[in-house]
Structures are given as C-alpha cells and as structure tokens.
Design a protein around this ligand. Structure first.
Ligand code: ADP
Ligand code: GLC
Length: 484
C-alpha cells in the first residue's frame, strides 16, 4: 500500500510527547512490512537539520500555495526515517515554522498546520504519487479530508484515496475564530464545516476532521469507548457516537529495540527477566545521580516521567504525596516539565524532603531510560490517558506501574491478585485522592514481600506490546478501507 502520514511531530525531529514516537513507529513498521510510506511534518528550527542529512527536493522548489489572500512559497526537504526505508518530507516555510517552538499561541497557529496539510497533498501531486491512505493525526492535520473534498476534489489521483484520522488526545481540538476560514482557502466550501459552530463564530479543526474522515481511530480500545461519553468526549462525544461504526481503538505499541532492559544503550547495567541483578545497580546509580540517601537502596523508589499537566493526575499526587513520604521509608523521583504551578509543587516537595525527593526539571531522554531501569514503582494516576507509553515501558523494565483505570492504562496494566498471582501493577478506579492513596500504599506495603514483588515484576516483563504486533491492526484497517 502507499501510505502518507501527516503529523505535527515525528521523533527524532520533533517530539513533545508520545505523538512523535507513535508516528515514527507507525512509519517505520509499515515500511518494514513492505509498504511505501511517506511522512510529512514542518521544517521547524527546533532541531539540527544538518545532523539528519536533509536534502532539498530540487524538482519542487518555491511551490506556490494560496491560502485565501495569503500567498506562501514552499520548499521541501527530504530524508529517511533513521533506521528505516520510510521517507520523511519536511515542509519548509520559514515565516511559519522558524518560531523556536513546535507549537505556539501565535495568531496564525491555524495557518501553520493548514499549510502543512495542504503542502503534503501538493507534493503527492507533484510527485504523481497516489496514496491509498492519508493517515492524519490530531487537530493539526484534521482538515486534510476537507481539502480532498474541496480544492482537490477533481484530482483524479485521489479518487480512491481514503482518510484515517487518529485522535491521540481529544483535549486539544484546534478551535479558532470562524474568519480563519479565509486563511484556510475554504470560504467557498463553508458548507463542509460544522454549521452550528460556524454560526457561533468558531471553527474546530478536530471536529471537522471527524465529520469527514473515512475512519477514525484512537490509541486504545478503552479510550475509544470513553470518548463517546460526556465525561471524556470533551464535547465531541455526540459526534463520536454518531460515527461509532467508523471508530476503532488500536493500542499503541512500543519499540523494544529502544526500550528493552536487556539491550538498552542508555543504561549502565543490563538485566532481564532471568537475571534482575542489574536493576538494583541501576537504582544505585540513579540514587547517586539524584543526590538521595544511599540507605534507600533497599526501600521502594517511586518515579514519574511526564509532561506536568492536569491530564496526568498531578492534582492527586499533590493531595497525598507529602503524607505518604512522611509515613514510608521510600524515595521519590520526578522527571518533567510543564505547568509552572506543578513545577513549583515538585520544587517545594524537594526542599521539604531533600533526602527523599528529587525533581529533575526538564526533558532528558537518557535520564528517562535510567529512571525506568532504576525505579521500583512507576506512578501514572492520569485523569484521562488516550494510551500512555511510559507505563508500557515500565512493565518491560520491571518497574511496577501504579495507574488509574482509564484509557490505555486500563488496557495495559492489570491489578495484582494475591490468590491467583496474576496481574502486573496496582490499579485504582475513581479519580480521587483516596483511590491513588489506596493503590500507592498497596504497592508500598507489598514491596517488602520480595518473592511476591518479583512475581509482579516478571508478570509485567513478560507482556508483549511490540509494534511488530500492533502494526498489523493498522494494516488490517487500511486493507479493509481500501477494499470498501
Ligand atoms: P503524552 O503524549 O500524553 O505526553 P505518552 O505517555 O504517550 O504521554 O508519551 C510521553 C513520552 O514522552 C514518553 O516517551 C516519555 O518517556 C516522554 N517524556 C515525557 N516527559 C519527558 C521528560 N521530561 N524527559 C524525557 N522524556 C519524557
Ligand atoms: C497523546 C496521549 C498519550 C498517547 C500519545 C500517543 O499525547 O496523551 O496518551 O500515548 O498521544 O498516541
């Protein structure tokens, strides 16, 4: 199949969260299975383009794109996705993408991603390459089906092309004032847009994409159900219920070439399900790096690696953590950045408990591996979680997850059952401080039972969430869609 993936993020060129990882992995594993894959993203100035051997596409220089009254000239660059045959195309438009940031709150944010979307279509035409599938992601690229139905409706090469829109996070929808319709170049096609919103002076990128994409996916089966309810649907639940027949949940996978304690290049000591000794050594290195008491080596270490935003359940942590730290001999390590209020909380927790708590402020890829390898318990009490990747890495690293039963967390972590000795983590149901306290204390009080703990670790380490497996679900979806 010919598959064109369009996204605001592709790792390693741009990664703000899991989106970049997931798009890169889908591209890589589709190409491995023999499909022809092209990926598109903006040429941001946030990464060192020369480190990736980007080459200009000489046949498509200064390509004109009219967005209403605004005129853009686009160049394209190209490289291969590292370790893959998948081709990555970069849309070069300095006036839109040289902002020292992937996302902005600038007044032309709608244009930055509308131009990406149209440029992707345009280069397919210039290369005379007809995708079987345009796979678009989140609000940024959600308008692509509308462009195919309007400006490009007469392009014969797209007559059979199908569109798949993946929701990675319904919390971000791309809502703008209705007059941006001129910038989108779609004012004469206003009838394609949700009329109720237009009447109220708004355009919601994600919603309009959901109206027009052939199929809608999200990144876990549970989240696919949840977003059809008012609690999780962020006002799009009604529309999603209407489109339920075309909505499926496909769980994200993990690249075990990158996240595997037996081979991980980022950690000092390797270990495996058969020989766990290296984990303790990594913990010792991590305690040292964090400047925490060495005596905590034999006590549980709890960790978080996360964007520090409301979605991730930081409010619950704030409600219980200082009491728990007072009552248990344990250490607590957090790596992340985000909302300044949450950052402030972690800084003050650290100064309150300097021997027990370390806040690594910022983004640090190698450190995220060391934390996965060194910690005992991984905390992810999300309010909602479309999929979540870190709890899946944690399972592989024997770092027992404590999670809330929602979205992808519910689909990947199972509560340990003492009787049957099954399960691989500690799961609580309701989004309350009591829920988190129960699960975390359950984990902390189970930890001293060493043989039980090892059993829980091993149950998790055995699980397989590889992309080799998950990619088949996308291939199945594309195949069915093409043959419709
Ligand atoms: P989300 O996309 O909502 O942020 P995911 O769990 O899907 O959540 O993906 C987050 C990804 O970003 C993971 O690969 C995680 O390891 C990584 N990550 C998040 N914060 C940091 C950080 N401060 N340093 C390094 N990696 C981080
Ligand atoms: C989003 C979600 C996260 C998911 C990721 C990749 O950022 O918050 O749960 O794993 O996208 O699909």
């Amino acid at each position: 199949m010919n598959i064109c993936l369009v996204s605001a993020e592709i790792t390693p060129f741009a990664k703000m969260g899991g989106l970049g990882d997931v798009i890169a992995a889908i591209g890589k594993y589709l190409a491995r299975d023999g499909h022809q894959v092209k990926l598109f993203m903006p040429l941001y100035n946030t990464f060192a383009a020369n480190a990736f051997n980007l080459r200009p596409i000489r046949f498509s220089k200064q390509v004109k794109l009219n967005m209403g009254h605004k005129r853009f000239k686009i160049n394209f660059f190209y490289t291969l996705l590292p370790g893959s045959r998948a081709e990555v195309y970069f849309v070069d438009c300095p006036q839109l993408y040289q902002r020292n940031a992937v996302y902005t709150s600038d007044p032309d944010e709608h244009l930055r991603f509308a131009v990406l979307t149209r440029a992707a279509i345009k280069l397919c035409i210039l290369q005379n390459w007809a995708p079987d599938i345009f796979h678009i992601n989140d609000w940024h690229t959600a308008l692509l089906p509308l462009y195919l139905k309007s400006i490009y409706a007469n392009e014969s090469m797209f007559q059979k092309t199908k569109t798949v829109l993946t929701i990675h996070n319904i919390g971000y929808q791309g809502v703008f004032e209705a007059d941006v319709i001129n910038d989108l170049g779609l004012s004469e096609f206003h009838f394609l847009f949700d009329s109720h919103d237009l009447y109220h002076g708004k355009i919601n990128f994600l919603k309009n994409g959901l109206l027009h994409a052939h199929k809608i996916t999200t990144v876990s089966p549970t989240y696919a159900q949840e977003i059809q309810t008012p609690e999780y649907g962020a006002s799009l639940d009604g529309l999603l219920r209407k489109r339920a027949r075309d909505l499926i949940g496909i769980l994200n996978g993990v690249d075990y070439h990158e996240w595997n304690p037996e081979t991980d290049k980022q950690i000092p000591f390797h270990y495996s399900i058969k020989n766990l000794a290296g984990k303790r050594k990594n913990k010792s290195v991590l305690l040292e790096r964090a400047g925490l008491y060495k005596k905590w080596l034999s006590k549980p270490m709890v960790a978080i690696i996360s964007r520090l935003v409301q979605q991730k359940g930081i409010n619950l942590i704030m409600a219980v953590m200082d009491d728990i730290l007072r009552r248990y001999e344990m250490s607590f390590v957090t790596l992340g950045s985000g909302d300044p209020n949450y950052e402030q909380y972690f800084f003050s927790l650290q100064s309150q408990f300097p021997k027990q708590v370390k806040f690594f402020h910022g983004y640090d890829y190698p450190l995220s591996h060391l934390i996965e390898a060194g910690a005992d318990i991984f905390l992810m009490p999300s309010q909602y979680e479309p999929c979540g990747l870190n709890q899946i890495y944690s399972l592989k690293y024997g770092t027992v997850p404590v999670v809330r039963k929602t979205g992808g967390l519910a689909d990947t972590v199972t509560l340990y059952d003492w009787k049957t000795q099954t399960g691989d983590g500690f799961v609580f149901e309701h989004y309350t401080a009591e829920g988190l306290r129960w699960a975390l204390e359950y984990a902390l009080t189970t930890y001293p039972y060493r043989s039980v703990w090892r059993k829980i670790m091993k149950n998790g380490m055995q699980k397989d969430f590889s992309w080799e497996k998950q990619i088949k679900e996308y291939e199945k979806l594309y195949t069915e869609l093409i043959s419709e």
